[in-house]
Design a protein around this ligand. Structure first.
Ligand SMILES: Cc1cc2nc3c(=O)[nH]c(=O)nc-3n(C[C@H](O)[C@H](O)[C@H](O)COP(=O)(O)OP(=O)(O)OC[C@H]3O[C@@H](n4cnc5c(N)ncnc54)[C@H](O)[C@@H]3O)c2cc1C
Ligand code: SF4
Length: 498
């Protein structure tokens, strides 16, 4: 697809496979079977066509093009012109709309005065994941959604792209903006190296506290590394954001280290404070017959493969049905199209008005030729020879409006959508086992209950932030909650006389 703006994509033809110029087929490596990261997913024989080496090379190149970033960076001149559109509003609404309160007019003014590094410092001071957020934030509903130019000029200042321009300049210059504070003699343990945990670690290092981060996975960054749609940014970029965090020095990051059960109480004994930034668990179950059949996937496994494996080894069906109606369902469907699925359908049990996916994400699915089926609830996965071959749905009718309105099924409306891959995209389950093992921890509806001002939990010395308190918000929210908890921990450690 190349580096095209979304507006250009809109003009493309409808058939996703044709438009993306995809040749189906598996390399011999794929034929050999599952890789470790696909363990648990038997791979049915989708499109197994033997290819010559040059065909395989072409296919790899086309896949790389399919997954290229949709939004290109601004050139220097474009950035200056865009910055000049800002009105530098007093009490800027864009800044108030940003969960991390980046001083938007200040950094835009710095860009206008040819000081992109100063702009980057302004951004990163408030949000150390400023490069990721520049690319992955739903700016349309945050800063850009609040920009007064929406009313005055019918188009907001492109704050996200300007933010990217500044943080890219910082990356190119390799400037370390932050230094660790003088050693405080205090030690903090952090569970989870996602945006919440790493931000908390970075803020604590600014105040000189020793930090150890325990991360269960082999790569740091959490969902920011494993789960963001690959056309927003790739794994390498996400890992470079982690390096920016680590550049402050003194963060002891221990990968492949899962901490659970009694070990958490031990950390509470051994450290001056503990931060829980563990995010959420696997995709929620549908609770219907056939869920464990070969060919039925959970959203995260499907998306994770695009970050952990070469694209030409990722597994994808020809006819894919995605069950869900949120942004994750959109990410799954758009990834399936880019991997070469011929027909991708998203089925949502409510109407379009209730769909949780953002409007611009929905528009992207339309541009990609993805079909939507609304008011369809899955009843069972149907199979042939033990492999998923479709989903039986029943039509629904809503009593009232909104996502809490009761759903009724329409008698006699059962129908089957054929599919050789079914992907569940219903949101993530909380890590209840881990949370329940912490004595005295207050948990409501699977979320850790905290004081929203400082991340304090019901357990002394234990703080929490990110998805485990907010249930699947955005990277920018996790960053802010990591910051608030670090400030809470610092305040607690500073007030202790021993
Ligand atoms: C598919 C998908 C797409 C998304 N796309 C976007 C997007 O485009 N833009 C956006 O802003 N947001 C997006 N989000 C949301 C965003 O990624 C999350 O809100 C954010 O990553 C939450 O950060 P976190 O640090 O709380 O949790 P996570 O990122 O989940 O990190 C938690 C970390 O804790 C580790 N961990 C868990 N248990 C343990 C344990 N017992 N011991 C040690 N480590 C442990 C995990 O391995 C993980 O690395 C997306 C989310 C999903 C699921
Ligand atoms: S609201 Fe728009 S015009 Fe006003 S300061 Fe923010 S970016 Fe500039």
């Amino acid at each position: 697809m190349g580096n095209r703006r979304r507006s250009d994509v809109r003009q493309t033809a409808c058939d996703p496979a044709t438009r993306l110029g995809f040749i189906f087929g598996w390399s011999d490596t794929v034929k050999a079977g599952c890789t470790p990261s696909l363990a648990g997913h038997a791979v049915p024989s989708y499109n197994r066509v033997r290819m010559s080496k040059s065909q395989a090379k072409d296919r790899a190149a086309r896949l790389a093009e399919n997954f290229a970033e949709l939004t290109p960076p601004l050139t220097k001149d474009e950035a200056l012109v865009e910055a000049a559109r800002c009105l530098f509003c007093f009490d800027a609404p864009c800044m108030r709309a940003c969960p991390t309160r980046i001083d938007v007019p200040k950094f835009i003014r710095q860009i206008m005065h040819a000081d992109p590094l100063g702009a980057a410092e302004t951004i990163l001071e408030s949000n150390i994941f400023g490069g990721s957020c520049a690319r992955a934030c739903p700016t349309e509903v945050l800063c850009e959604g609040a920009c007064v130019d929406n009313t005055l000029l019918r188009a907001p200042v492109q704050i996200g792209r300007l933010q990217r321009y500044a943080t890219d300049a910082a990356d190119a210059a390799g400037v370390p903006f932050f230094e660790a504070g003088p050693d405080s003699g205090r030690r903090v343990a952090i569970l989870g190296a996602g945006p919440a945990g790493l931000t908390c670690a970075h803020e604590l290092r600014k105040n000189g506290h020793a930090v150890t981060v325990f991360e269960a996975r082999e790569m740091p960054g959490g969902i920011n590394t494993y789960g963001i749609a690959a056309y927003k940014y790739d794994t390498q970029f996400a890992l470079s954001e982690v390096e920016r965090v680590k550049a402050i020095g003194g963060i002891d990051l221990r990968l492949n280290t899962r901490v659970e059960g009694a070990a958490i109480s031990k950390l509470l004994d051994d450290y001056d404070a503990v931060f829980l930034g563990i995010g959420l668990g696997k995709t929620m179950a549908l609770g219907i017959e056939g869920e464990d059949l070969t060919g039925v996937w959970e959203a995260l496994d499907f998306i994770f493969q695009t970050h952990t494996m070469p694209l030409d080894q990722c597994v994808c069906g020809e006819r894919v049905v995605v069950i869900g109606g949120g942004n994750t369902a959109v990410d799954v469907a758009t990834a399936a199209v880019r991997l070469g699925a011929r027909e991708v359908t998203i089925a949502y049990r409510r109407t379009a008005a209730e769909m949780p996916a953002f409007e611009y994400e929905y528009q992207l699915t339309k541009q990609d030729g993805i079909h939507w089926v609304f008011s369809a609830a899955p009843l069972r996965i149907v199979s042939e020879n033990g492999v998923a071959s479709g989903v039986e749905f029943v039509r629904t009718r809503q009593a009232g409006q909104g996502r809490k309105a009761k759903l009724q099924t329409v008698a006699g409306s059962n129908h089957v959508l054929s599919a050789d891959m079914v992907i569940k995209a219903l949101g993530q389950e909380p890590l209840l086992g881990l949370l329940k093992a912490i004595p005295g921890l207050k948990v409501e509806r699977g979320l850790v209950v905290v004081d929203r001002t400082d991340g304090k939990t019901s357990v002394p010395k234990l703080f929490a932030g990110g998805d485990c308190i907010s249930k699947g918000a955005e990277v920018v929210d996790a960053v802010q909650e990591g910051k608030l908890a670090a400030a809470g921990i610092h305040a607690m450690l500073s007030s202790k006389s021993d």
